[in-house]
Design a protein around this ligand. Structure first.
Ligand code: AMP
Length: 426
């Protein structure tokens, strides 16, 4: 099945070819035809599935007909990064269409956005807060919107944006097409969908669990050993770009600082940075200047870097949904990836639920002198029904870990019983 089947305008098809897309992804196959027919669609899809092009292509196709220079399509996204990336996808796929797109988000000078809006655009990719600001100032007119997209709706809910979204929607014609994409469907998002979508077609891609192309490894560890373990994994893993998540901004900064001192090409991304610095960090990570990025959840939303081979949860995320979002940064499109998660005793509860969701795709792993032994009692530690597989493990996509001599990394005394480098499969 190729993109030709969608009978896209040749200028849009040229955009698809310029991106090197040859085969539509499952969500594109399922959602492009109904969206092109004008139906409302609710897409339950994980990040990295190709969902942006799934809504951008039909929007471009629709906007080829009709007047230019009015905002006819509005995409609302939770973060500036996602808003900017969607805008970039529109520009890339729509390069030859001469449709004009703008991305609107806070943290940058509003006057430039006002000028851009004044110069007339056809598509806006926006974050809710700044868009409301423009609406209140009268610097944007949404009365011609024909297509509304709510992207990463569950994350907009997490960030408290749903009231803003309802305010924005009041300024958009009720006769419109509405598309909603979400990795998970909490009840508040379901209510929003019920209110805003008419007779939607529901499309689910995969389970609401991390993408199938990712394999998952848990490392039982103590807090004070995490950085040593991180370095050990970085040194012994065949990798491309690596995205490391920490729970707090200050930890993102300090872990990046420690790695930098040890000579790694590393950058941090967190909410305390100015927009300019965030963009610079992202660009540097994308083009390979930095091979490791240490980020917080909010900052990393929507990061679209295709060559992320590993996501490392230096700190366990707060919920299984947050885990899904983080892991969605690797294994994007058809690539495979690995997710390493550092699990401390405090994280046992969530580790247990993740184990239940992920089943066999999750293995416990240990590293000589750096991790805790996995306890044998299932009640005392999640996922302990294990069998020792061997001293060297190799994952599905061929990256391997070579065992090190016990305690060779630092020789520091450790307050826990070191375990040999083994893997447990469940
Ligand atoms: P998304 O889920 O929209 O963030 O897309 C994830 C990644 O997949 C992006 O880097 C896209 O450029 C890429 N992508 C989207 N559609 C396709 C396709 N049909 N073939 C190959 N890559 C794609």
């Amino acid at each position: 099945m190729s993109f030709e089947k969608f009978a896209l305008d040749e200028k849009i098809f040229a955009g698809v070819q310029s991106q090197g897309y040859t085969t539509p992804t499952p969500i594109q196959l399922k959602s492009i035809p109904p969206i092109m027919e004008g139906r409302d669609v609710m897409g339950l899809a994980q990040t990295g599935t190709g969902k942006t092009a799934a809504f951008v292509l039909p929007i471009l196709q629709r906007l080829m007909q009709g007047p230019r220079g009015h905002v006819r399509a509005l995409i609302i996204a939770p973060t500036r990064e996602l808003s900017e990336q969607t805008h970039e996808v529109i520009e890339q796929l729509g390069r030859r269409t001469q449709l004009r797109s703008a991305s609107i988000y806070g943290g940058v000078n509003i006057n430039r956005q006002i000028k851009k809006l004044h110069d007339r655009v056809d598509i806006i990719s926006a974050c809710p807060g700044r868009l409301l600001d423009h609406l209140n100032r009268g610097t944007v007119d949404l009365s011609h919107v024909e297509v509304l997209v709510l992207d990463e709706a569950d994350h907009m809910f997490d960030m408290g944006f749903l009231p803003d979204i309802r305010r924005i929607v009041k300024r958009i014609p009720t006769k419109r097409q509405t598309l909603l994409f979400s990795a998970t469907m909490p009840s508040d998002v379901q209510h929003l969908a019920n209110d805003l979508l008419q007779n939607p077609l529901e499309i689910r891609i995969g389970r609401t669990a991390p993408v199938e192309t990712v394999s998952h490894r848990f490392y039982p560890v103590q807090m004070d050993t995490k950085t040593d373990l991180l370095k050990d994994l970085l040194d012994h893993t065949e990798r491309e770009s690596v995205l490391v998540f920490t729970r707090t901004k200050s930890r993102a900064k300090s872990v990046a600082g420690r790695l930098d001192k040890s000579g790694y090409k590393v950058i941090s991304l967190h909410g305390n940075l100015t927009q300019q610095k965030r963009q610079k960090a992202l660009a540097g990570f994308r083009d390979g200047q930095y091979e490791i990025m240490i980020a917080t959840d909010i900052a990393a939303r929507g990061i679209d870097v295709t060559n992320i081979s590993h996501v490392i949860n230096y700190d366990m995320p707060e919920t299984t949904d947050a885990y899904t979002h983080r892991i969605g940064r690797t294994g994007r499109a058809s690539k495979t990836g690995e997710a390493f998660t550092f699990v401390t005793a405090q994280d046992a509860g969530l580790a247990y639920s993740l184990k239940k969701t992920l089943g066999d795709r999750l293995t416990y792993q240990s590293v000589d002198g750096l991790t805790m032994a996995v306890p044998a009692d299932p009640a005392s530690h999640p996922g302990s029904n294990h069998s020792v597989k061997g001293m060297k493990t190799q994952n599905g996509n061929g990256r391997s870990f070579s065992p090190k001599t016990p305690g060779s990394r630092s020789g520091k005394p450790r307050s826990f019983k070191p375990a040999g480098r083994r893997s447990w499969s469940h």
